[in-house]
Design a protein around this ligand. Structure first.
Ligand code: SF4
Length: 363
């Protein structure tokens, strides 16, 4: 079984992934130890991790650690998976002493064929402001472009000395030379903050990015003697299911998910066409209740739209008892999503004003 970080199809069986790849489930114990866990953690949208205990220990004892995220500007917009990464980054940036955000322009070029200039334009005009609008604090973050960071490039080259083609294939499956370059650059990014000082690090990602974490952790162990690297920790969130109810959605299938940003008419149309756990008729639903466990609209409430846990429970109970029907939820989801998009757009404009004052490290 492989997870393809560049593929179009997302994996579906979370339990199998945990077993296959030696991940650890995110448990009640982690929740108790995390100070003021965020919505994604409280609701187990964050579902597994690698070495999260190391970061919990650092937070508890006020010891240094870093948090890192990257963007591949392969599209003009972002999606709700990116939003979850930023929310988790925003959580850890409260406690981390160093925070990094990189633009994977080399990866965009070698895997997606996007020029460095185009990646730069997209990153500066949209992706970086979008991440700031969603909660990344530009005062705390070190920004860089892969193509400009000499230390990352040098490190990626050195890392290549201790990895074999069969290992790369074992992690990624068949891969092109461009993907090999991208994989080594990603490992270089993940370990780069430790060149300054070996410290624990946390990388919040969607599960499809785990191959990069595995490679970086393996290489950290192999280079421990030279650099003192500590294998980085990671947490993983579930996907936001596609609007037709399939978990195994195509990342590149337009219309199967709501993008950020998206205009109100399109938001409304998509939510009203979304798969729900409703019954064939309103009468049946009032009698039997709905099935929020399989409902995409409820999942949107849970993952993104409703912050208050009691309010979410109230909707769940009202659905199960037949007190509300799907039209009620779709009306509410449309209102909340439209409000989110409006607020995002305002924050995005404000964040764009910050871009000229940012400095990008060259390593
Ligand atoms: Fe989903 Fe709401 Fe319909 Fe229940 S009533 S199935 S939560 S849309």
């Amino acid at each position: 079984m492989f997870i393809d970080p560049w593929g179009a199809v997302l994996v579906e069986d979370y339990r199998k992934i945990i077993e296959c790849f030696g991940l650890k489930p995110f448990t009640d114990e982690h929740l108790k130890l995390l100070p003021e866990p965020n919505r994604l953690m409280r609701r187990r949208v964050v579902f597994c991790h690698r070495d999260l205990e190391v970061i919990l220990d650092a937070i508890r004892n006020g010891r240094p650690f870093y948090a890192l995220t990257g963007i591949v500007p392969s599209a003009e917009k972002i999606h709700f998976g990116n939003k979850m990464v930023v929310e988790n980054m925003a959580y850890f940036q409260r406690y981390a002493d160093r925070v990094y955000m990189l633009v994977a322009d080399i990866e965009a070029a070698t895997v997606r064929g996007i020029s460095l200039e185009e990646s730069r334009r997209r990153a500066l005009e949209f992706h970086i402001p979008a991440y700031i609008a969603l909660g990344l604090d530009p005062r705390k973050v070190t920004f860089y472009f892969q193509s400009e960071n000499k230390s990352v490039m040098r490190l990626a080259h050195l890392l290549s000395a201790k990895v074999t083609l069969s290992e790369l294939r074992a992690i990624y499956g068949e891969l092109t030379p461009g993907k090999m370059v991208a994989a080594l650059m990603d490992a270089g990014d993940i370990l780069y903050p430790q060149l300054e000082e070996p410290t624990p690090g946390i990388i919040p990602v969607g599960i499809d990015q785990d191959p990069h974490i595995r490679l970086a952790r393996d290489l950290a162990k192999r280079f421990r003697r030279e650099y003192g690297f500590i294998p980085p920790s990671s947490i993983y969130h579930r996907y936001t299911p596609s609007l037709d109810g399939r978990l195994k959605m195509s990342k590149s299938e337009p219309g199967s998910y709501i993008e950020i940003p998206e205009p109100p008419e399109s938001v409304r149309e998509k939510i009203w066409d979304a798969f729900t756990g409703g019954r064939p008729t309103a009468r049946e639903q009032r009698e039997l209740g709905g099935r929020p466990e399989v409902c995409v609209v409820f999942e949107l409430f849970k993952q993104h739209l409703i912050e208050d846990d009691r309010e979410l429970d109230r909707i769940y109970d009202a659905c199960k008892s037949g007190e509300i029907i799907c039209g009620d939820c779709k009306t509410l989801a449309t209102e909340l999503m439209t409000k989110f998009m409006e607020e995002f757009q305002e924050k995005l404009e404000r964040a764009r004003d910050v871009i000229p004052s940012l400095s990008f490290t060259t390593g």
